[in-house]
Write a protein that binds this ligand. Structure first.
Ligand SMILES: Nc1ncnc2c1ncn2[C@@H]1O[C@H](COP(=O)(O)OP(=O)(O)OP(=O)(O)O)[C@@H](O)[C@H]1O
Length: 138
């Protein structure tokens, strides 16, 4: 039986390619969401970061931060969360490829942990610069 089709062959292929792309990006989003759930459920440090994010957001709402300060705070929060996620990914990868103790594994893990420390120190400094003047005016 011949299907009645109003679209031309070209637009059919264009549409199916677009649908495949959409499906792929949706699946990619599912993987990313699974990654977020995994790190939240398994990494205590990440949960502490998330709790800190809520505390900072609450303070920002109470102090009615101006939009520019919100933008700065959001960028810094993103920096810390991304650093923590990459550090965890490095740790998990090393535990997978090199489960035994190795000096090079130590160096790699220590550097990744150092990246989180740098991001956290930057976040604290920026937090102080953003919030201290607000507290004084409060
Ligand atoms: N395979 C290894 N070989 C040598 N040293 C290691 C190895 N695995 C971990 N270490 C050392 O132990 C430290 C902690 O590593 P671990 O994988 O336990 O991370 P963690 O306790 O989850 O740390 P974080 O608080 O950064 O998430 C590393 O920074 C490193 O100094």
């Amino acid at each position: 039986m011949r299907r009645k089709c109003s679209v031309t062959k070209t637009s059919y292929w264009v549409n199916s390619a677009l649908n495949a792309k959409r499906r792929k990006s949706l699946i990619g989003l599912t993987h990313a969401w699974n990654g977020l759930k995994t790190i939240f459920c398994t990494e205590r440090n990440f949960r502490i970061h998330i709790m800190t994010v809520f505390a900072v957001m609450a303070a920002g709402i109470v102090l009615q931060l101006p939009i520019i300060k919100w933008a700065i705070i959001i960028v810094v929060i993103g920096l810390v969360l991304v650093a923590e996620m990459l550090n965890t990914a490095v740790e998990k990868m090393l535990d997978y490829v090199k489960p035994t103790v190795h000096p090079q594994a130590k160096v790699i893990k220590d550097i990744a942990a150092g990246a989180v420390l740098v991001a956290a120190v930057v976040a604290v400094i920026v937090g102080l610069l953003v919030f201290l003047p607000e507290f004084r005016e409060w």
